[in-house]
Structure formats: structure tokens, C-alpha cells
Design a protein around this ligand. Sequence first.
Ligand code: 4NP
Length: 163
Amino acid sequence: MIDETGNGILFVCLGNICRSPTVEAVARAEFAHAGLDVPVASCGTGDWHVGEGADPRALQAAAVAGYDLSSHRARQLTVEDFGRYELVLGMDRSNMADLQGLCPPGLRGRLGLFLEVAAAAPPAELPDPWRGGVAGFGRVLTLAQRGVAGLMRHLRERDGRGQ
Ligand code: 4NP
């Protein structure tokens, strides 16, 4: 039996070492700065990096922008996560397909594409930087900041608190 009292936001990517930990760290810092009391977490659909820290390139890009990813440890999505969080946000459409496949049907309303929910498009997807160069990680950081700003607007509007 899954406890379905969702609270907080779960960011989901593939490996949980690049994109979703970056978005989690940006969201945690910016929510705290704005006084928004919403718990955040991240995980990956894959298990290759479970227990590992963030990718050194993600750590570096975050540090340059003033965010600390050093305490991050990768974990894999579980089916219980869909009940635990009120929003489960994938980074790209491949993550979304995986989430749609794993999510209990009654909880699919909690799923969303991060940059789409944030109304931060274009682009709608946060592209996987893992096989690319350092520049891709800078782009992830910039899009994470833009997306988190949009997500804060979305949460305030949803909760009827305007801007
Ligand atoms: P992430 O990046 O999903 O943003 O954490 C990736 C990290 C590792 C792999 C793929 C994407 N991998 O295939 O191991």
C-alpha cells in the first residue's frame, strides 16, 4: 500500500548525477531565499551511479554560480516516490516516458516536464550533458535557474499568492 500524501517536489533525470541534482540544489537555495517552504529532492531512473556524488563538471558549474552540490549522493527512483511527492518533474521527454511507464495510473497527474511546468520554454527539455563538454553543464545550470524561477511563479500562482 502506497502512502499517497504527496509533499514537495522530486526532480528526475537519468543518472541523478548531472541535471536533477543541479536543479535540486538551485531550487533548495532559491526557495529558501524566497521563503518558499517546499521540500525538494532528486533521483534518477537508472541505477548506474547510485551512491555516487554529482559529476565533477556539474559540481564545478554549480560552484561557479554559488550552489553547493558536494553533499549529493545519487539514488534511483522507486514506485513509492510517486506517492511521496506532490510533483514529480522529469528533465526530458525520455525521462517523462519512463515516469509515465512506472507511475501508478492514479498518480500520473503529479508528473510534468520541468521546464514546461515552469513555463520557461523554449526549450521544453533540459538536455542531457553527460556525453558532451563542459559548456553543456553551464547551459544546464542556466536553464535550472530559469526553470526554478518559473517553478516558483507556478507554485505561487497555484497557491493563490500571486507574485
Ligand atoms: P543525468 O546525466 O541524467 O543528467 O544525471 C547522465 C548521467 C549518466 C548517464 C546518463 C545521463 N549514464 O548513462 O550513465
